[in-house]
Design a protein around this ligand. Structure first.
Ligand SMILES: *Cc1c(COP(=O)(O)O)cnc(C)c1O
Length: 350
């Protein structure tokens, strides 16, 4: 059809599967295996549904204020959106508006090139070094913006803060976005660097460490000017983003810090146990500081292990993509789920 000449054509991002079956062990999309903070369940049961007649607060104030207090910044330094995917997508639109290519690692979150294509932002990928770490020198070439996850996905490798600072320092004339989706599992946030660098934007999410992927809450923290620019674009796009329950329940979740520390602590402990077990079974992997492990087996192809596990109703993530097609990304579940995984692997590989 001729009208198709005028269509904005994109190759969409492919998210991990959300199977309908209940009996599976789901280790394929880095969700939290524990429920959200207890107050979330309590208030959900008593929610004033009459208020759903009204539009939600377009400034997302309750959640913005809760996050500002928690992270010790001003509310004007916080931006909330519908998952960090929404926040990141708007950030691409807002800050990556140069003719020069933006930079990100070649092996990284596979949404970055999709947004770049969607918004027609030129980009250049910077290959990870042989040990899977981010090439800090490569991130210093001329560019129109920089983005990388810390820890990186799907490797799980954490880039130390002095290296993060080196990247920001070398790129003072563009916006540097640090995607901290997995920062709460033992990494160190770039938040303290905000005082020094006005070109830094930190993006985080409730989907992994705060056990609320289904509520779709993400946020960014930066200086007031950067957040103002982000809000200007948001209000030119869609004024009402976060729905009312997400705003209220998200703010409640942030206030229960003891619970948050408890579940992230448990996931870290389970991850370290799983690393030992996987090593014993002949797997190698970068030393993850996230809630997943990116593992390859010394002799059995990843695809075969993936298919076997699927048959056992254990879902992990596999990409049939150059450079990463012999690795499985395994989300850290409960101790019991990981024991079941290891037992299945023992049968298959033993
Ligand atoms: C999961 C993930 C996100 C997006 O998560 P949301 O559910 O949209 O908040 C963003 N970046 C990375 C690196 C992720 O792994």
């Amino acid at each position: 059809m001729v009208w198709e000449n005028n269509v904005r054509k994109v190759v969409p991002y492919v998210a991990g599967e959300q199977p309908k079956k209940k009996e599976i062990i789901k280790l394929n999309t880095n969700e939290c295996p524990y429920p959200p903070a207890p107050a979330v369940a309590k208030l959900s049961a008593q929610m004033d549904t009459n208020s759903f007649r009204l539009y939600p607060d377009q400034n997302n104030e309750s959640i913005v204020n809760a996050l500002a207090e928690y992270y010790g910044v001003k509310p004007t330094q916080v931006f909330a959106g519908v998952g960090s995917d929404d926040v990141l997508s708007l950030s691409f639109l807002t800050f990556f508006n140069s003719d020069k290519p933006i930079l990100f690692p070649d092996v990284t979150y596979s949404f970055y090139d999709v947004w770049a294509d969607l918004y027609r932002i030129p980009y250049k990928t910077v290959p990870l070094l042989d040990d899977w770490s981010i090439d800090v020198e490569g991130m210093k070439q001329e560019n129109g913006g920089v983005i990388f996850p810390n820890p990186n996905a799907p490797t799980g490798l954490f880039t130390p803060l002095d290296k993060v600072e080196e990247i920001i320092e070398a790129n003072r004339d563009v916006v540097v976005i640090v995607d901290e989706a997995y920062i709460d599992f033992g990494g160190e946030s770039a938040l303290p660097l905000l005082e020094k660098y006005d070109n830094l934007l930190i993006v985080q999410t409730f989907s992994k460490s705060r056990a609320m992927a289904g509520m779709r809450i993400g946020f960014a923290i930066g200086n007031e000017k950067i957040i103002k620019y982000l809000n200007d674009v948001k209000f030119s796009f869609n004024s009402y983003t976060l729905n009312m329950p997400s705003q209220i329940l998200g703010a409640l979740a942030v206030k229960d810090d003891a619970y948050f520390k408890d579940i992230t602590g448990k996931i870290i402990a389970t991850r370290e146990w799983t690393k030992k077990e996987l090593t014993g079974l002949g797997f190698t992997f970068p030393d993850s500081k996230a809630n997943f492990i990116f593992a390859s087996h010394k002799s059995v192809p990843a695809k075969d292990i993936y298919n076997y596990l699927r048959g056992q109703n254990i879902f992990v993530r596999f990409w049939d993509k150059e450079r990463i097609n012999n690795s499985l990304r395994i989300t850290i579940g409960t101790d019991e789920q990981m024991r079941t995984l290891i037992a299945a692997l023992e049968v298959f590989l033993g």
